[in-house]
Each structure stands twice: as structure tokens, then as C-alpha cells.
Design a protein around this ligand. Structure first.
Ligand code: EPU
Length: 336
């Protein structure tokens, strides 16, 4: 049924939260030419539309999506160019992100290893500027090619065009669900260059570690803290780490000297997982919606939770963090 518009399709297999939601229309794109039928359909029916990759950063709040869900399955990874020091690699939007990381690490291309095992697809990665262990997608991003779903126009976006921010981009906050990200290009280093500044990374590695050892460590850390989406529904961090002013941080540090915080450029961020844990939510469960026991930033679906159950839990957490710390948590996950 590739490239064909289907009706009343369950999206449960397409979101890692494992929430049941039926989509009025659904289409999978496996070849570039599949998009033609979609432009025709969109211009005729004018449905709301939603593009999904791995479905690892979204939550359905209702059991029906009254629109068209487009599943990007475009595959392929290739070398575009190289010189003595670096390579440009292109991955199609439907490539599984971690397959792309493995491809790069196995060829000794440096830069993407700290982003190992992040769920989702390569096309979704720029949308929220994925990040982990001191590296963000924007650090290795070169450019991307996207198709405008209403006009059919194909456009190349440079790094500047993408307006990357912390878990944010042009595609998330300016023109959401307008483009299908067809392919993404990355500049990676052929000479050894590792980012090991994130707390405790260095201590857990041998002196002068190899690229493969860094990837293996990151995979271990993630497996030990984050629930496996195959076993327990979740979408990674549900909330963002909130930015705070220097005054607010000083005020909180006076009260809580061990509060974890990060300096990001000229901005300060507090670890939301710590705030949620201190507010007493770590490991808590209400029905089938819960807070992960090893990382309180992650909300989980223990089986039959609805999107509303997860959102109610999120609101309770937001209220208690605000009452205790005077900080408002912002959601990282996209809600439909
Ligand atoms: N912490 C707690 N309790 C918790 C969770 C964390 O006290 O329940 C403390 C930790 O002890 C540590 C600090 O908070 O001192 C930071 O925790 P961690 O290293 O796990 O990172 P994070 O800031 O909570 C962010 C990203 C993750 C990413 C990790 C590692 C966001 C919203 N989350 O989490 O990204 O994997 O750093 O770099 O920025 C995701 O976006 O889905 C995601 C998992």
C-alpha cells in the first residue's frame, strides 16, 4: 500500500508511547515519486497533516486524528564528498537514526557518536535538534532537503535557515508539519575529535578512548537510565530542562546546594529530572501513566494509558514543580 492513501489506520505501531489513535487518512512514503499522489490529495482534500518518522517524540491526546498522517520511510545513506579532514554524508529522512550513527562510527567518522541510540529517524532529528551528552545535531549538521507538502516545492535549508535552538528548529516552531524532510547532510570529521565534557563520561572511559568505546559507553548509559520503548511506551524526555536567570539559579542554589545545572553558551539550564524527583514524582504511577523510576524526565505508558492520562499526569507534575521551585516546565514532546 506504499504511496496509497489508506483510511482509518491505527497509529499505535507508529508512536513509541504506544497510544491508540486512529488516523482518518494514512500514507507511507518509500520512494520520492510517492509524494506526487500526496500533493494531489492534499490540494484536493486540504486535510490537516502530520509527518511522522519513528514517532518517538509525539503524544496523541485523542483517539482519532482527523487528518492525514504521512510516514516517512525514505531510505539510503551515502557519501557526498570528502577531503583529508572531513566527509559529508547524506541520509534519507526515513533512515533509523541509530543505523546512521552506526554507519558513521563503523567508518571512523567522528562527531555523531554521543547521539547513539536516540530513538527516531534521521528526518525527525533536525526537527527537534536532538541532543545528548554534550552534543546537539546542529554541531554536525550541514544542510537538508525538504518538500513543501502543499506546493510540492523542494527546498534546501542551510544550518542558518533551520533556526536551531535547544530541542527546537524552524520545523518545530515556525512551520510545523509543512515540510517532509527528504534527506539530511552532515559534516563529520575523519580526524579524531571526541566530545567528552559531559559529566562522568571521561571517568568511565580508558585514557585516549576509541570512537567505538564512546559509542558503547553512551549506549550503556542510555540503556541503564531510559526505558526501552519496545517494552514500556515512552517518548524520551517529556519535558525540557528549563532555562533560568543567574539570580534564580543563585536563589535555588542557596536552598538546594546540590541542584544540577548546565551552562549552555550564555544560558543556564536546570535538570528538570532532578526537579521532578525532588517534587516526589519519580517512580509514581497513576493508572497506566507513570514517571520512570530511573529518570524522572521520562513519562511512561504501562499498557493502556490514553494520551489524556499522560497529559493529566504531566499537568500534576508541572503544578507541583511550580509550587516547589517557582519554575514552569515546558513540554518537549509534541502533542496532537
Ligand atoms: N537527575 C535526577 N533525577 C532524575 C533524573 C536526573 O536527580 O530523575 C539528575 C541527574 O543525577 C543529573 C542531572 O539530573 O545530575 C542530569 O540528568 P541526565 O544526565 O540524565 O540528563 P538530563 O538533563 O536529565 C538531558 C536530555 C536527555 C539526554 C541527557 C543526556 C533534555 C530534556 N534531556 O537529560 O535527552 O539523553 O540529557 O545528555 O534535554 C530526550 O531528549 O529525549 C533525552 C532523553
Amino acid at each position: 500500500m506504499l504511496g496509497k492513501i489508506q483510511t482509518n489506520v491505527s497509529l499505535k505501531p507508529y508512536n513509541t508511547f504506544g497510544i491508540e489513535c486512529r488516523s482518518k487518512y494514512f500514507v507511507a512514503i518509500e520512494r520520492e515519486r510517492d509524494v506526487e499522489a500526496i500533493f494531489r490529495f492534499i490540494s484536493r482534500e486540504k486535510p490537516r497533516h502530520l509527518v511522522i518518522g519513528g514517532g518517538s517524540n509525539l503524544l496523541f491526546k485523542n483517539d482519532f486524528f482527523d487528518g492525514l498522517t504521512i510516514h516517512n520511510r525514505l531510505k539510503g545513506i551515502k557519501l557526498i564528498s570528502e577531503n583529508e579532514h572531513s566527509v559529508i554524508i547524506e541520509a534519507k529522512g526515513g533512515e533509523i537514526w541509530d543505523d546512521f550513527v552506526q554507519f558513521c562510527v563503523s567508518r571512523n567518522y567522528y562527531g555523531v557518536e554521543n547521539l547513539s541510540l536516540i530513538p527516531g529517524t534521521t528526518g525527525a532529528a533536525p526537527v527537534q535538534n536532538i541532543g545528548a551528552y554534550g552534543v546537539e545535531l546542529q554541531d554536525i549538521f550541514h544542510s537538508l532537503t525538504a518538500l513543501h507538502l502543499e506546493t510540492g516545492e523542494r527546498k534546501i535549508f542551510s544550518k542558518e535557515d533551520c533556526l536551531f535552538g535547544y530541542r527546537d528548529s524552524y520545523f518545530k516552531s515556525r512551520e510545523p508539519d509543512t515540510y517532509l524532510i527528504e534527506s539530511v547532510r552532515f559534516r563529520l570529521s575523519k580526524t579524531k575529535k571526541l566530545s567528552l565534557d559531559y559529566a562522568h563520561l571521561k571517568e568511565q572511559l580508558p585514557e585516549n578512548p576509541e570512537l567505538q568505546e564512546v559509542r558503547a559507553l553512551i549506549i550503556n548509559i542510555r540503556r541503564s537510565k531510559l526505558p526501552d520503548t519496545e517494552v514500556t511506551g515512552n517518548a524520551g524526555s517529556f519535558f525540557k530542562n528549563p532555562f533560568v536567570s543567574r539570580e534564580k539559579l543563585d536563589e535555588l542554589r542557596n536552598l538546594y546546594p546540590r541542584i544540577p545545572f548546565y551552562v549552555q553558551g550564555d544560558k543556564l539550564k536546570i535538570a528538570a529530572g532532578w526537579l521532578i524527583e525532588q517534587a516526589g514524582w519519580k517512580g509514581k504511577r497513576i493508572g497506566d501513566a507513570g514517571v520512570h523510576g530511573k529518570q524522572a524526565l521520562v513519562l511512561v505508558n504501562y499498557g493502556n494509558s490514553s494520551g489524556q492520562d499522560i497529559l493529566s499526569l504531566a499537568s500534576l507534575i508541572e503544578n507541583s514543580v511550580f509550587q516547589k521551585f517557582g519554575l514552569r516546565l515546558e513540554r518537549e514532546v509534541r502533542v496532537y
